[in-house]
Design a protein around this ligand. Structure first.
Ligand code: NDP
Length: 241
């Protein structure tokens, strides 16, 4: 029977590409999103999947949303924690609201999304948790202390949960993209983007498809022995040890 995959932020950008790759690989896919109904409906029609709107930084909304997904498609076998936001600014000017919002959506969401599905995965002896972090969680980035902290936190979460889950057939991994050509990066001013591309040895931005291909591999049976890992996909911009 087809496995069920839930992709947060699965309607746009990297998440859209992940949803598309998982559909192609034969999964029953549910894509969550926050508020852009138009993009969500477009993705639903294009990929033939169901989309579900809730805020991944809200614990009760996650419990309710996951229950709806499971009622529609069955228990979640693959969870991709992809939804994420930025609220950039230098730390000496950063407000507590900027800090809290990024930690809430990018890091608290890992607890709110993973906690309701992991007991079922353990009981069934199979599960895949794939967390989309960032190069900036690995190397740090000026102007993104909040985002770098949240994205580095995802890596610690992954390492610890992988150790707890390995003997139950549940793997937990991170994919850490470099700069990828999506709406998030389109929001970076042109001059700043040119400077960023100059620091990428591959000489270009990455493609959402290149991240999605890695996620689809980590979700597969062949990746059963890969757990607790951080898969860096960044055109050699930063080579993590
Ligand atoms: P986009 O901004 O293009 O898309 C974000 C997606 O997440 C949308 O579907 C959005 O929904 C959803 N989302 C945002 N906030 C919430 C929320 N609170 N609850 C539920 N869904 C939410 O982002 P990208 O595709 O660029 O990024 C995807 C992930 O990859 C993020 O975690 C990001 O940090 C990470 N990343 C991206 C890089 C890049 O270069 N683009 C580089 C490194 C990491 P809606 O459409 O409704 O707004």
């Amino acid at each position: 029977m087809a496995r069920v995959a839930l992709v947060t932020g699965g309607t746009r950008g990297i998440g859209h590409a992940i949803s598309a790759h998982l559909v192609k690989a034969g999964y029953k896919v549910a894509a969550n999103y926050a508020g852009n109904d138009e993009a969500a409906q477009k993705t639903a029609a294009e990929l033939g999947i169901q989309v579900f709107k809730w805020d991944v930084g809200d614990e009760a909304a996650c419990a309710e949303g996951i229950a709806k997904v499971e009622a529609a498609l069955g228990p979640v076998d693959v969870l991709v924690n992809n939804a994420g936001i930025t609220k950039d600014g230098f730390f000496h000017k950063m407000t507590a609201a900027q800090w809290r919002e990024v930690i809430r959506v990018d890091l608290d969401s890992l607890f709110y999304m993973t906690r309701p599905v992991i007991e079922g995965m353990r009981a069934r002896g199979f599960g895949r948790i794939i967390n989309i972090s960032s190069i900036n969680g690995q190397k740090g980035q000026a102007g993104q202390v909040n985002y770098s902290a949240a994205k580095a936190g995802m890596i610690g979460f992954t390492k610890a949960l992988a150790q707890e889950s390995a003997n139950k057939g549940v793997t937990v991994n991170v994919v850490a993209p470099g700069y990828i050509d999506t709406d998030m990066v389109a929001a970076v001013p042109e001059e700043a983007l040119k400077k960023i591309i100059a620091t990428i040895p591959a000489g270009r931005l990455g493609k959402a498809d290149e991240i999605a291909a890695m996620v689809a591999f980590l979700a597969s049976d062949q990746a059963a022995f890969i757990t607790g890992a951080t898969m860096t996909v960044n055109g050699a911009q930063y080579i993590a040890g």
